[in-house]
Design a protein around this ligand. Structure first.
Ligand code: FAQ
Length: 311
């Protein structure tokens, strides 16, 4: 009967049916989704830190208001995603504990520092640009709650991407120093952004099963190429240079061909040894500890209310 259930499940996936929380699903499908959705949630939450670093130093009130809204959106995305993961039977406390204890992964990109204001432009343009490329197909993912969460997330990310590109445009049309800042930010963020899409297809351990279950609709290398093809012309419009001397357009294939990615660096960052891994986790742990009284007060309030309604 288990085999039959698995076959029926795959038939539903093949027919583009949505799987909902109370439907039967293979244990591995559940585990894969908990893994991916929780890593995605953690990425949003840790992803608030590099930009949060610049809220007090934004160059104008308008920039500050936009950045505050963006960082707040990221917190919201993290919360929808934890809620989507909870529909699979895992608790938020458990997931947060995995993050704070260093057992859970989150996107490698958030372990790089934001050294200048131009980094805020580069993050919006490139990091949110890469995030959208990866998340648009997730709106059609086979698991209903994840797919639905992605629709709103993608709308907000596209605003984030535009605010970043507009910062880059302003800087690149500004003084020589501003243009240099924009170029320097592009130099530092380009390669780590390409790593966001994950290991090359040949080394991606989860891709085959995730594609079969329509959690993933495109491979890591496929999305990476789409991102490069979309982004190179945007860099040209800014008058900035992609830091890859081998980058060239392949007329026959119709794609921008990029150079070798430093996968050793990627592995180091995943192993916890990127420029800011320790700092990011330390800040999250402190925030969690500092917020303990809020959780306690909320629980005490809920207990009092339920006692009052029982009487
Ligand atoms: N960093 O077999 P695969 C954002 C791990 S956007 C860290 O290819 P899969 C918005 C992978 O988890 C960023 N780890 O895995 C924002 C697996 O480890 P495991 C978040 C990575 O799942 C913007 C192992 O390597 N977006 O937050 C990375 O099939 C601006 C083997 O890899 C998402 O999470 C990496 N870059 O494909 C916020 C999107 N790449 O679990 C603030 C949803 C791979 O075996 C500011 N996730 N790994 O220990 C996905 O689409 C997929 O999980 C991939 C990886 C494509 C990331």
């Amino acid at each position: 009967p288990d085999g039959e259930q698995a076959e029926r499940f795959q038939a539903r996936i093949d027919a583009d049916d949505r799987i909902e929380p109370n439907d039967w699903m293979p244990e591995q499908y559940r585990r894969t989704l908990v893994r991916q959705i929780s890593q995605h949630a953690h990425s949003e939450i840790v992803g608030m830190l590099p930009e949060g670093n610049w809220i007090t130093r934004a160059p104008s009130l308008r920039r500050k208001a936009a950045l505050l809204a963006k960082v707040q959106d990221e917190g919201g995305h993290g919360l929808y995603l934890y809620a989507a993961a909870e529909t699979l039977g895992v608790s938020r406390e458990e997931l947060i504990d995995q993050l704070l204890s260093g057992r859970a992964k989150y996107s490698s990109i958030f372990n790089y520092p934001t050294l200048t204001w131009a980094d805020i432009g580069a993050i919006g343009w490139l990091v949110d640009g890469a995030a959208i490329m990866n998340q648009i197909p997730l709106c059609r993912c086979s698991y209903g709650p994840y797919a639905r969460a992605m629709i709103r997330v993608c709308k907000e990310e596209s605003f984030h991407q535009r605010q970043g590109y507009e910062i880059m445009l302003t800087l690149s049309r500004g003084t020589p120093e501003q243009k240099e800042m924009a170029q320097d930010a592009l130099n530092r963020w380009w390669w780590p952004c390409l790593m966001m899409f994950g290991p090359p297809d040949g080394e991606s351990q989860h891709s085959d099963t995730s594609m079969r279950w329509k959690i993933k609709r495109f491979s890591n290398d496929g999305l990476r190429q789409k991102f490069v093809d979309a982004t190179v012309p945007q860099a040209h419009f800014l008058g900035l240079t992609i830091p890859d001397p081998t980058l060239h357009f392949d007329e026959a294939g119709g794609h921008w061909v990029y150079g070798e990615i430093d996968w050793d660096e990627f592995r180091r960052v995943l192993a916890g040894d990127g420029p800011c891994n320790r700092e990011r986790l330390a800040v999250r742990r402190k925030a969690h500890e500092d917020g303990a009284w809020v959780r306690e007060a909320a629980l005490a309030y809920a207990a009092k209310r339920s006692a009052a309604t029982r009487q």
